[in-house]
Design a protein around this ligand. Structure first.
Ligand code: GCO
Ligand code: MN
Ligand code: MN
Length: 389
């Protein structure tokens, strides 16, 4: 029997080379898994049913590779893409691993480092475009401080803006069909990272020279590290027309970036997120930026990757069930009732409306006394998720 949770290309599930290729190194321990060559990662992803593979420049081409080495690696990678049919929807730059970036890349206090970061990004954009990427992600892992004695945040924001503006101009100049997606994170690896949340990134984007080219890449774990509601952040990005990409994973709230399998920990928020993405018709990649537990071997990595996609598809099915559930829908209708009566107030201000509004009698006590039945609605949702509806 066909598995109804088998991923299909139209699900747009993608993984980074660095996710399934994660060797399980952490600050306290050495790698627990063998390195897998990029072309073999592509095959692994093909086997588990992913649509695409994304990469940082140095996941694919080591930072010290010679040009012939680079060309050989890229050739083998492209051959694996062809063999498996996998796409490269997104690419990005590693601006955090090399010691040169210990004080940041675009916001390093050292202008030579800032210039090098720009050069490295241009080269990485070339590589991404060569492999077919349409989205280019910027995650500023080192763009921050430990001590605020060391850096002026207003200067840092200006430097970051200058870099993004420069790169937008470069892409326009080359006539590439490429959009940028900025990925916020509150901290880790820096003590504090600039633009810590989706909201702050959205604010920054409106100050850019080509704001239409730039959106966000929100990550579940990053908002949850700050104790925030991820779905609300995604909704704001969507409302602004800025949801260019999304990083799905999971974690226990308010901790370091645990990068758990999607749906591993916070099932209910994951459900509302999937429901949101499906209801609004988000058509971009569903990118899993996570990795297998350090306890896993190569087989466990496949379990991890399959688990991410399977949980997404199960939650998608639950979202459809929620939308069809008569009792739930009746409650929702009741909650949002009265729309007709107040329709006249919508659609903007007018003198007449203001006058009519000021003349309107309100029964404040009645408004406050009404029970909203949210307990019932939430319990029905819980039961639906627990599989007893
Ligand atoms: C992290 C980030 C990264 C980025 C990646 C792509 O916390 O390490 O989420 O995984 O998403 O560098 O830009
Ligand atoms: Mn992350
Ligand atoms: Mn990420």
């Amino acid at each position: 029997m066909a598995d109804k949770y088998q991923p299909k290309p139209e699900d747009k599930f993608t993984f980074g080379l660095w996710t399934v290729g994660n060797m399980g190194r952490d600050p306290f321990g050495e790698p627990v898994r063998e390195r897998i060559a990029p072309d073999d990662i592509v095959r692994l992803l093909g086997e588990v049913g992913a649509y695409g593979v994304n990469f940082h420049d140095n996941d694919l081409v080591p930072i010290n590779a010679s040009t012939p080495q680079r060309n050989k690696i890229v050739k083998e990678f492209k051959a694996a893409l062809k063999e498996t049919g996998l796409k490269v929807p997104m690419a990005t730059t590693n601006l955090f691993a090399d010691p040169a970036f210990k004080d940041g890349a675009f916001t390093s206090n050292d202008p030579a480092v800032r210039a090098y970061a720009l050069q490295k990004t241009i080269r990485a954009i070339e590589l991404g475009v060569e492999c077919g990427a349409g989205i280019y992600v910027f995650w500023g892992g080192r763009e921050g401080t430990e001590s605020d004695a060391t850096k002026n945040p207003v200067e840092a924001i200006k430097w970051f803006r200058e870099a993004i503006n420069f790169l937008c101009e470069y892409v326009r100049d080359q006539k590439y069909d490429l959009k940028f997606a900025l990925e916020p994170k509150p901290n880790e690896p820096r003590g504090d990272i600039f633009f810590p949340t989706v909201g702050s990134m959205l604010g920054f984007i409106s100050t850019l020279q080509y704001p239409d080219m730039v959106g966000v890449n929100p990550e579940v774990a990053h908002e949850q590290m700050s104790g925030l509601n991820f779905m609300h952040a995604v909704a704001q990005a969507w409302d602004a027309g800025k949801l260019f990409h999304i990083d799905l994973n999971d974690q226990k709230y308010s901790r370091y970036d645990q990068d758990y399998r999607f749906g591993a920990e916070t099932i209910k928020p994951a459900f509302y997120l999937v429901k949101f993405l499906e209801d609004v018709g988000y058509s971009g990649s569903r990118h899993f930026d996570a990795h297998a537990y350090r306890t896993e071997d190569a087989e466990g990595v496949k379990d991890f990757a399959r688990g991410c996609m399977r949980s997404y598809l199960i939650l998608k099915e639950k979202a459809a069930q929620f939308n069809k559930d008569k009792e739930i829908q009746a409650l929702l209708k009741e909650i949002t009732g009265g729309t007709e009566k107040w329709k006249w107030l919508g659609g903007g201000y007018s003198k007449e409306k203001a006058k009519r509004l000021l003349d309107e009698p309100f029964d404040r006590e009645k408004l406050g006394a009404r029970g909203l039945k949210y307990e019932r609605l939430d319990q029905l949702t819980t039961e639906l998720l627990l599989g007893v509806r």
